[in-house]
Design a protein around this ligand. Structure first.
Ligand SMILES: Cc1ncc(COP(=O)(O)O)c(C=O)c1O
Length: 424
């Protein structure tokens, strides 16, 4: 629930015709009313991890206070209730992604684990040595390193599609790599965590399929800002992480087509993922349980379910419109600051803005902003190869969420002017 019902009747964001009310939404996030270093907190680091609405915090503590037990195995009331709560989140995720079946939703710890699962299981079980995995220059380390490990262990080739100077996927180069490369799998971000670029997912998937490759989208950033529809984009795998979507840490999602999950060997072995075990042989549970070994992140899944309900209540259309307006405002405002360079100028982009400043290292920018309560990220953003492509060692990055305000962007711009004067 978004706040209490009484308040919602007055001014709630889901009332048709009532404009997106960011002040009202901020009341759902207890942490946002805090001061930091004696200053009002301006949290512009949501791309790293988003803050949590009260609905998520309460769903998790309510579950612990009233109905906590282990899932799947118990025949008692508590276990049945907890299993229902846990399994109902699978339905929610299936509907969030417009997946054809709830059985195609595998819970993981995070995006990183989901990609490792695919690399290990689909990579070793289905891809053949000599085939290639094609990634792009704008991948997060979690969509690079597992493929390097697969390359080294299994004889897979790793190809990298370049990005243009505007920070978009170079479609011509992408197509020619597909045409030449005996590519078995494309693994690509749906939205860059550095440049804010959206990948044209349906086009990218159609090309992959035309050349006989499967496609995995890293939706860690994209799913936070726009509705993701795995059928509309014709994905084969889609992964995301709960903590960026206003949910808790420790829970992530792998969606894959049922026929692929069926062909893939298990990733981790142990309890819950088996059908039978003897000392001679074990057989596997049906999907998705085949991929969920051990006690899962029960409370975290429940928290993710509450986060999805929260996002749905506000609605992706309203979220996307608000964030587009924030992004336009930020690009316009930051562009007026002398000596500040916005990195990435993609046509289709979201509210993740990286920048550099003449004479100031990104870490200095972040440290000075922090003195005034403004949280941004500085560094390579787990995308070192992209930094090398851009000829940079780091950037500062401001990233927006549904609770970000235009006034916070103004505060960022004002303080960046101060940083500029300081370093000049
Ligand atoms: C685009 C992208 N992919 C993957 C990840 C990894 O997410 P996690 O650390 O939750 O596995 C991130 C997190 O920053 C990201 O932004």
């Amino acid at each position: 629930m978004v706040g209490d019902a009484g308040a919602m009747n007055q001014i709630g964001p889901r009332i048709p015709g009532v404009p997106f009310n960011v002040d009202r939404i901020r009341q759902d996030f207890p942490i946002l009313s805090q001061s930091v270093r004696g200053k009002k907190l301006v949290f512009l680091d949501s791309a790293a991890s988003a803050q949590k609405p009260r609905a998520v915090i309460e769903a998790m503590s309510h579950a612990m206070e009233t109905q906590y037990a282990n899932v799947h195995r118990g025949l008692h009331w508590m276990s049945e209730r907890t299993t229902d709560a846990y399994e109902s989140v699978r339905d929610q995720v299936a509907s969030l992604l417009n997946a054809p079946s709830r059985d195609e939703i595998v819970f993981t710890r995070n995006t990183t684990e989901a990609i490792n699962l695919v690399a290990h299981s689909y990579g070793r079980g289905v891809l053949q040595p000599g085939q290639a995995v094609l990634i792009s220059e704008m991948e997060h380390h979690s969509n690079i390193v597992p493929w390097q490990m697969l390359r080294d262990a299994h004889g897979i080739r790793l190809l990298v599609a370049p990005v243009t100077d505007a920070g978009e996927l170079d479609m011509a180069a992408y197509e020619s790599l597909l045409a030449d490369g005996n590519v078995g799998l494309v693994a690509i971000t749906h939205m860059s965590n550095v440049l804010g670029t959206y990948t044209p997912a349906a086009r990218v998937a159609a090309l992959a399929h035309r050349f006989g490759a499967r496609i995995l989208f890293d939706g860690s950033q994209a799913v936070v800002h726009r509705a993701a529809d795995v059928q509309a984009i014709d994905a084969d795998f889609y992964v995301f992480t709960g903590h960026k979507l206003y949910g808790p840490t420790g829970i992530g999602v792998l969606w894959a087509r049922a026929e692929l999950l069926d062909r893939m060997p298990p990733f981790l072995g142990g309890g819950d993922m088996i059908s039978s075990v003897s000392f001679e042989k074990s057989t596997w549970a049906r999907v998705p349980h085949k991929f969920e070994a051990g006690t899962p992140a029960i409370l975290e899944a429940i928290g993710l379910g509450a986060a999805i309900s929260y996002v749905n209540e506000i609605g992706y259309d309203a979220i996307a419109a608000h964030e587009q307006s924030l992004t336009d405002h930020a690009l316009a405002t930051l562009s007026t600051i002398d000596g500040l360079y916005i990195i990435g100028r993609a046509q289709d982009r979201g509210g993740v803005i990286s920048f550099t400043m003449d004479g100031a290292h990104a870490h200095d920018i972040a440290t000075l902003l922090d003195r005034n309560g403004i949280a941004v990220r500085a560094g390579h953003h787990c995308a070192e190869p992209l930094m090398q492509r851009l000829g940079l060692d780091s950037t500062a990055r401001a990233s927006f969420a549904l609770y970000t305000t235009h006034a916070e962007i103004d505060a960022l711009a004002e303080n960046l002017e101060r940083v500029r004067s300081f370093f000049q």
